[in-house]
Design a protein. Structure first.
Length: 577
């Protein structure tokens, strides 16, 4: 595909004065819709060379002027675009040879070789139930992490647990008053959340509670053994509960160092700020004034009572990640409501001269839909529904769907898990991440009992398509690239599949660079659409052995791309469904 794109770029460059082939290559797009051709050149940036005409007029002029490369059958314009339609045989040869040669590595690239990035994702607060926002962060973060790995980076996944802060003062004080080990064991994090709610209520009646909470937090910050032991216990209990969800989702982390990890690194961070004259006193608190840098809210370093803060710990974490991992690129997958925090944090890091490229990857809300009703979910404050239960529901539903299959129990379990979880993950990654999204089991497990097929733009539909190709290949054998006659892959259906396979490497790169797994999800839906159209219209096993060989290679490449794509999203691809 790249060679073809290079040929097209060379022709365009030859027709546009001053345009380098490499730049033309960069500007060429590979449209998802075959009606737009296999390569599309947008004419917005070359208007100057055409008397500053409007882009559609530029497209017409350029199309008339450009010489048709050998791999291209025809050239058309559509609005501001010049569209190039490749010869199906040439396209198939280029794409399928590359895919076959790369095997399981097809679609991956070496852009990030030798570079380390840190991705901070999921990062829930201990002693609070995992919220829906944390589900989104977990799934989106895991997708981005895998996409960056596919681009050759070493990616360190960090779960920056919210395991420090003044609320632990309240919690410790509450525990000393009303704590109950048996109840904690039975109810888990829910019990801790109730304790905190009760403490906040009581504080309204009796202000003395406030001071007690402060005292307990100070004890914790100064290393008091009792405070530390209770805190550790709460952390363990919370983590065990969170890990249930991570296990269900198949997500793991390289580091579980949360906020508490940075407690003894904060003074050094503050000292660095002081040495640059960046820290100042304001209303009793210690802050970095950012007003000269377009941010009117000061960044808090320490409160009037000396208690340390979320932001200070995050600043220490930036310095640590740069130094310890040697990472410049620091990715934070955190809900939108922390926009200001990260804006401030990144500005402070910049003023400090930290050599980092931090980015806040935000995302929209998710709402649970039950029986057609939307339940509004709180994002940070903890939620009514236990996340693990919601996810388990998806698995249970697939269990019902596959109940009458002739599989043994272990296999039913395996498939129900893969498909149920696949549905949950894909749903989360199916729309542009900043958009709000519904968690609607009915929609994400769209199943047709007649044909036993999963439908809709869903994870199970992709898994089903993958399984279908896998079983066909089990029947028709392994592909061989050697003497395939690519010119036989001449129908629009053949070409439709081949051109999607050819888009995959660029899609991976785009999805990673833009921190947008949905680019990959939508591409996989397009690919599956082409595969299923091909399936309906054409046969893999023909009377003609040469055609069969070509189609086996085509189908095997499509299967490999579906599998790799799903894997990059963090979704399993069973061989059978
Ligand atoms: N614990 C925070 C929350 O649940 C998210 C932490 C995100 N990561 C960070 N380095 N601040 O809202």
């Amino acid at each position: 595909m790249n060679e073809l794109r290079k040929d097209v770029a060379a022709s365009i460059a030859a027709a546009v004065p001053g345009l380098e082939p490499a730049e033309a290559y960069r500007q060429i797009e590979t449209p998802p819709d075959p009606a737009m051709g296999d390569f599309a050149f947008p004419c917005f940036q070359v208007r100057a060379q055409f008397g500053n005409a409007a882009p559609p007029a530029v497209a017409t002029q350029l199309a008339a002027k450009v010489a048709k490369p050998a791999c291209i059958l025809r050239i058309e314009t559509k609005g501001p675009y010049v569209n190039f339609f490749a010869d199906p045989g040439v396209l198939a040869k280029s794409v399928l040879s590359a895919a076959f040669a790369a095997g399981e590595g097809y679609g991956r690239n070496e852009t990030g070789k030798g570079q380390t990035v840190v991705i901070d994702f999921s990062s829930p607060n201990i002693a609070k139930p995992l919220g829906i926002a944390h589900l989104r962060s977990t799934v989106i973060g895991n997708g981005i992490r895998r996409l960056w790995q596919a681009c050759g980076y070493t990616v360190i996944g960090v779960n920056h647990l919210g395991d420090w802060g003044t609320s632990f003062g309240k919690l410790l004080s509450a525990w000393k008053k009303w704590g109950n080990e048996a109840e904690l064991r039975a109810k888990g994090v829910e019990f801790l959340k109730d304790l905190l709610v009760r403490y906040t209520e009581e504080t309204k009646k009796d202000p003395a509670y406030q001071q007690e909470a402060r005292d307990w937090f100070r004890k914790l910050e100064t290393g008091d053994a009792e405070a530390k032991a209770i805190w550790q216990h709460f952390r363990d209990i919370s983590l065990a509960e969170f890990k249930r969800v991570y296990t269900l989702l198949g997500v793991d982390f390289d580091s579980w160092s949360g906020e508490s990890f940075y407690v003894d690194q904060m003074d050094a961070a503050i000292a660095q700020l002081e040495s640059k004259g960046l820290a100042s006193e304001s209303e009793g608190a210690y802050v970095v004034d950012l007003s000269a840098h377009g941010i009117k809210e000061p960044f808090l370093l320490r409160k009037a009572d000396d208690a340390s803060l979320y932001g200070t710990r995050d600043l220490a974490a930036i310095l640590y990640r740069r130094k310890h991992y040697g990472a410049k690129k620091l990715i934070y997958v955190v809900a939108q409501d922390q926009k200001l925090h990260f804006k401030q944090l990144f500005m402070v890091a910049k003023l400090l001269g930290a050599d980092v490229e931090p980015v806040h990857v935000e995302f929209g809300l998710m709402r649970i839909v039950r029986d057609g009703q939307r339940e509004k979910m709180a994002t940070r404050a903890g939620t009514i529904v236990l996340l693990a239960d919601v996810i388990q529901e998806a698995v249970d539903r697939v269990h019902e769907i596959v109940a009458d299959r002739e599989w043994d129990a272990a296999k039913k379990d395996r498939i129900a898990h893969a498909v149920g979880i696949g549905a949950v993950i894909f749903n989360d990654l199916s729309r542009t991440r900043t958009k709000d999204i519904d968690f609607n089991l009915q929609q994400m497990l769209d199943f047709d009992p007649e044909t036993k097929a999963f439908k809709g733009e869903t994870g199970p539909y992709l898994q089903y398509t993958h399984a279908r190709l896998s079983s066909a290949l089990r029947k028709y054998g392994k592909p061989v690239a050697g003497d395939v006659n690519f010119a036989l892959l001449a129908t629009d259906d053949d070409k439709g599949v081949a051109r999607q396979v050819g888009r995959f490497p660029q899609i991976v790169l785009d999805a990673a660079t833009r921190y947008e797994p949905s680019i990959l999800s939508r591409f996989l839906i397009d690919l599956a659409g082409e595969v299923n159209r091909f399936w309906k219209q054409q046969r893999i096993l023909g009377d003609d052995a040469a055609l069969t060989a070509a189609r086996v290679l085509l189908v095997a490449s499509a299967r490999q791309v579906l599998k790799s794509g799903l894997t990059m999203l963090g979704i399993e691809a069973p061989e059978e469904m």
